[in-house]
Design a protein around this ligand. Structure first.
Ligand SMILES: Cc1cc2nc3c(=O)[nH]c(=O)nc-3n(C[C@H](O)[C@H](O)[C@H](O)COP(=O)(O)OP(=O)(O)OC[C@H]3O[C@@H](n4cnc5c(N)ncnc54)[C@H](O)[C@@H]3O)c2cc1C
Ligand code: SF4
Ligand code: SF4
Length: 1001
């Protein structure tokens, strides 16, 4: 039997390993602590530093890496999205990341309905490519936007619709895999097997025969069991057979092996027709027990899914602005008592009418079961889709709890027979309360696998409670003849339960399988065979020894510095959480590694990852690096090191994560905090100074005749731009905004304060630096639109310039200077907010600074008041229109309008008002371009070293969409977005104020 590796020897070989990988492969090799640290965690509670990280470019790179690692006795850990919940992808190994280059579709065979793929392809990307064939790969895990097929096969993952389609193992037809000697073996139907695959298959078959009686006795019979290796493929024990025709498929031995038997090279997947129609019945229950008890009856209607959402989850969703309206569509009585649980019962098929009938059958069934009138019938596809999104976000909603106690995954997918589900959940709830905790329940009622996580504090007594709860849960699982590991795999937190589940003889047999495949324990050691203890604190991400460095923060992070009550989930007062970094560390620690920021679909997050596919340029990579630095795991003074600087290099501060990260990791704000420390130590560059102080010297440039003209020569004479780049680092390939003398503040636009205060329709139009200095026509347009509707518009001025939000200072980490600007603005604007006069602005990033950063700069209630009174131009007009005060007289729109939302608008859900406003123009049909960040991002795209990546971001969606509509009016409210569009397409984008002005009658 193989033994765990001697780790010390392996670590000594780290640099030699890297040297060989660099010279013998074309892949990317990383051995520095920060890079390894970014691969030390997955979505579990565990953390182990890898020996090195390797990102292969070719299949040959992987073969070479396996052989080099085998030569040096270094373990190999293949990795996909790293979203495992049990620690499968953590280990002292050479971690090989397949997601950057090894992610292609190799063949789609429509006749036989299969697809061959490389393991690093993400499920959503595969399904997007299959859609045109009306096919899909139906193992629809909640992490579909980031989970890879390799990782899904590794964990034998299961989706919400597994009752209809089964798990991964039921949908994998073949696997070509590298064995520990670097040779490829093809695993498929046993009858066709040859060579090493046949030899291994026959060996496992002999083991299965030998242990036939034991397998029959010990193997759980439930539909969901993912523990151990699939020794029962020769004599299926589950309610669902491995194959429809009963044939043995040796690829199924590798599914669920967690990378511990072989390394997948390519996988053949069985495809299913995309169902043409779906209907949904949402059953509302006044008792959780009854909901659980009903599942066994509901499945008889042959639904494609039965998913649970419990009351806590409903409440959390109702408290979340992004989910409130959607979850309420699932409630029978929005104003009545919240149901204790809802079950989402989905039917799918080719024809709509029979599916509508199924929902009616559900209504009758529920009435027969004593629950009349409890079903919301949801036939419309859009409504169903929205509700599924909320269900999928369930875990993430739960994980947004602040404080050290977190919902911990370790018994969250035990599977029990449906007839015992109610008893089991009741029993487990009692166990939780015995240990001073509470569970939130959700997910797959159809197959008896409910997700539940008690809140535990792993830094304190979490480990002890975890063991105690696991033992009691195990006893319940045994009582109800269930499976301890029913969905998320074994990894570290369930590895030790394999022996508990199967007994010593079968565990030994599993060890023999491992030995036959991987005699030297090369692949992911410690997973499935010889697992560590689940509560081994040395493997925790937050062990009791975890400590944070003291840090005097520049921004106020006290709202993160709290603790929570594991039962009520109430949090303590801001600032009381005991964080030596004043809440900054706790904000960073909110990243639970779920990988949601690796998405490429709608939304903004995370543009730098979208163009690089590098973990270090991902919100998760940044949060992990910061966490390791703040907890001294990257060495002394690591926070101010180059390793940390590097991860922020491509963060464009788009605030995409602020809204889209399910746990609210706000990296843009963290970047300000970080820069304030880094720059204090390393100093601000000339470019930093030039950009940060622009709002100040802009007025001098406008005031001195001829100066604007001279400076603008830079845009017309290449040598000047080149010289400028050498001196300042501002890209010569960029045009710069054009200086002008007719700034807004040198005009007499707008009314006086006296007129404003006397007006029935007063509004303060705050002119920001960019519109005020460079694009005064936007301010003029806004004034014209407002005045045309009877508003008195006042533009605040001061003698030596204008009131500035300090955004340019914040972008360079000059928090003190930003605070000075902000405090001056707040003081000046109080006289308007005191009279409830709205403050509106045109530049999204500036006006939204008042709503965002001002609140964490220690200004107290005055900032809150200003924040509440500040709106974008379009938000203001839409609310005024709703109140009947804005009824503009507009002429018809003759052209298509393409709209690009500024990232900060998206982050504050402030894009919709633009569309609503545009729709007030007769005949206008605004079309939103699905874009991430435009890539210009303030000064980012002007910086010489970022010019290229900035354009790559724009080329993802924005610029191609504009090029495809040559006659459209292009709308972009952000001045840097307009500039990027101009540079990239030679088209002039307009602020919404200009478009409205154009249509005034
Ligand atoms: C919020 C959230 C929701 C989730 N919902 C679900 C759900 O609905 N259903 C579900 O089943 N799971 C779910 N999971 C767990 C996880 O997302 C899935 O297990 C997912 O399939 C893992 O994919 P991955 O690409 O991240 O794999 P990884 O975590 O990177 O890897 C998983 C395993 O596969 C192995 N592996 C990866 N590539 C290879 C290869 N080329 N060769 C051999 N082995 C390989 C790894 O070594 C590892 O052991 C959820 C997780 C989170 C955080
Ligand atoms: S940053 Fe947010 S989205 Fe990304 S992994 Fe962490 S918690 Fe998930
Ligand atoms: S601010 Fe934008 S670029 Fe930076 S981490 Fe968040 S999503 Fe990514």
């Amino acid at each position: 039997m193989n033994k765990p590796l001697a780790l010390k020897e392996v670590i000594a070989d780290k640099e030699f390993l890297a040297k060989r990988l660099r010279s013998e492969t074309s892949g990317e090799v990383m051995t520095d602590a920060a890079s390894r640290g970014r691969y030390a965690t997955d979505a579990s509670i565990y953390q182990t530093m890898p020996i090195a990280v390797f990102v292969p470019k070719t299949a040959q790179d992987i073969v070479s890496a396996i052989q080099i690692a085998a030569d040096l006795g270094v373990p190999v850990l293949p990795r996909g999205g790293g979203t495992s919940q049990c620690g499968q992808t953590t280990g002292p190994a050479l971690v090989i990341d397949n997601t950057k280059y090894f992610r292609n579709i190799l063949e789609v065979n429509l006749d036989q309905a299969y697809v061959d793929v490389q393991p690093g392809i993400v499920l959503d990307h595969l399904n997007a490519a299959l859609k045109k064939h009306q096919l899909w790969y139906p193992v629809d895990v909640s992490t579909a936007a980031q989970a890879t097929i390799g990782g899904m096969a590794g964990n034998n993952s299961c989706g919400s619709r597994s009752i209809a389609y089964g798990n991964m193992v039921h949908n994998v037809m073949g696997i070509d895999a590298w064995l520990a000697d670097g040779q490829v073996a093809s695993f498929g139907l046993m009858k066709d097997a040859q060579g090493k695959a046949l030899q291994l298959g026959q060996f496992v078959q002999s083991l299965a025969h030998l242990h036939q009686a034991e397998i029959e006795e010990k193997w759980p019979k439930v539909m969901r069991r993912v523990a151990g290796y699939n020794l029962d493929i020769f004599n299926n024990q589950s309610e669902r057979p491995y194959t429809q025709d009963g044939q043995v498929n040796l690829a199924h031995l590798l599914v669920g092996a967690e990378g511990s038997l072989a390394y997948y090279k390519q996988l053949r997947l069985k495809l299913s027709p995309l169902p043409k129609h779906k209907t949904l019945g949402v059953v509302n229950f006044t008792s959780f027990y009854e909901a659980m008890d009903s599942a066994q009856h509901i499945v008889k209607l042959l639904p494609s899914a039965v998913e649970l959402v419990d009351r806590t989850m409903i409440d959390l969703s109702r408290n979340n602005p992004a989910f409130k309206s959607v979850i309420e569509t699932a409630l029978i009585d929005v104003n009545g008592k919240t149901p204790e649980a809802i079950l989402l019962v989905e039917f799918s098929g080719e024809e709509l009418a029979p599916l509508e009938k199924k929902v009616k059958d559900l209504v009758s069934l529920m009435a027969d079961l004593g629950h009349p009138g409890c079903v919301v019938e949801m036939i419309q596809a859009e409504a169903q889709k929205n509700l599924w999104e909320v269900r999928k976000a369930g875990l993430n909603i739960m994980m947004s709890l602040k404080g050290d106690g977190k919902p911990v995954s370790f018994i969250e997918d035990c599977a029990v027979p449906l007839e015992s589900l109610a008893e089991y959940t009741q029993g487990l709830t009692e166990v939780f309360s015995k240990y001073g905790s509470r569970g939130t329940w959700y997910a797959h009622a159809s197959v008896g696998t409910l997700h539940v996580r008690p809140i535990l504090d792993m830094r304190r007594d979490g480990a002890q409670k975890m063991r105690a709860i696991a033992e009691e849960a195990a006893a319940l699982v045994k009582r109800y003849k269930g499976a301890f590991s029913g969905e998320h795999g074994d990894g570290i937190c369930r590895g030790e339960w394999i022996q508990w589940q199967f007994g010593p003889k079968l565990t030994e047999a599993l060890g023999e399988i491992k030995h036959a495949f991987d005699p030297h324990n090369l692949f992911n050691p410690g997973k499935i065979i010889h697992p560590p203890k689940m509560d081994d604190a040395s493997l925790f991400r937050f062990p009791p020894s975890y400590q944070v460095i003291p840090l005097k923060t520049s921004l106020d992070w006290s709202s993160w510095n709290v603790q929570n009550d594991p039962v009520t989930e109430e949090t303590t007062a801001p600032g009381t959480g005991g964080d030596p970094a004043n809440g900054f560390a706790k904000a960073v620690e909110m990243c639970n590694n779920n990988g949601h920021c690796r998405k490429f679909d709608a939304g903004t997050m995370c543009p730098s990852y979208r163009v690089t596919r590098d973990e270090k340029h991902l919100t998760r990579g940044r949060a992990n690096t910061l966490r390791l630095a703040l907890s001294n795991q990257l060495g002394q003074d690591a926070l101010l090191s180059d390793e940390v600087k590097e991860v922020f290099d491509l963060c464009v501060s788009c605030k995409g994560c602020k809204r889209e990260c399910p746990t609210g990791v706000d990296m843009a704000k963290m970047k300000i905090e970080y820069l304030s420390h880094y720059k204090k130590k390393h100093g601000w560059t000339l470019r930093d100074q030039l950009i940060a102080t622009l709002p100040r010297y802009a007025h001098t440039i406008a005031a001195i005749p001829g100066l604007a003209f001279l400076l603008n020569l830079r845009n017309h004479w290449a040598p000047l731009a080149y010289l400028g780049e050498k001196l300042t680092g501002i890209s010569a390939r960029r045009s710069l905004p054009t200086w002008r003398r007719d700034t807004v503040w040198r005009s007499n636009l707008g009314c006086t304060e006296e007129t404003l205060f006397a007006s029935a329709k007063p509004v303060v139009l705050w002119a920001d630096t960019f519109n005020g200095c460079f694009e005064t026509e936007n301010i003029q347009a806004a004034v014209k639109v407002l005045e045309a509707s009877g508003y008195s518009v006042h533009i605040p001025r001061k003698t030596d310039g204008h009131y500035c939000c300090g955004r340019t200072y914040l972008a360079s980490g000059m928090v003190d200077r930003a605070r000075e600007s902000a405090s001056e603005l707040i003081a000046a604007f109080t006289r308007f907010t005191d009279k409830n006069i709205p403050i509106i602005g045109l530049e999204p990033s500036c006006i939204l600074t008042l709503r965002d950063e001002f609140l964490v700069m220690n200004f107290g209630d005055t900032a809150k008041k200003l924040s509440n009174g500040s709106q974008t131009f379009e938000e203001f007009l839409v609310s005024e229109a709703k109140a009947g005060r804005f009824t503009p007289n507009l002429k018809s729109c003759e052209k298509q309008i393409l709209l690009h939302g500024h990232c900060h608008q998206k982050s504050f859900d402030a894009v919709k008002p633009i569309i609503t406003l545009l729709k007030m123009i007769p005949n206008a049909q605004p079309q939103l371009i699905e874009t991430s960040c435009c890539g210009m991002a303030g000064s980012f795209g002007y910086e010489s070293e970022h010019h290229e990546v900035s354009l790559q971001m724009a080329e993802l969606q924005l610029l191609p969409a504009i090029r495809q509509a040559p006659d459209a009016i292009v709308l972009a409210d952000g001045s840097s977005c307009r500039h990027q569009i101009k540079d990239g397409t030679e088209r002039e984008a307009l602020h919404v104020a200009r478009i409205l002005e154009m249509h005034l009658k």
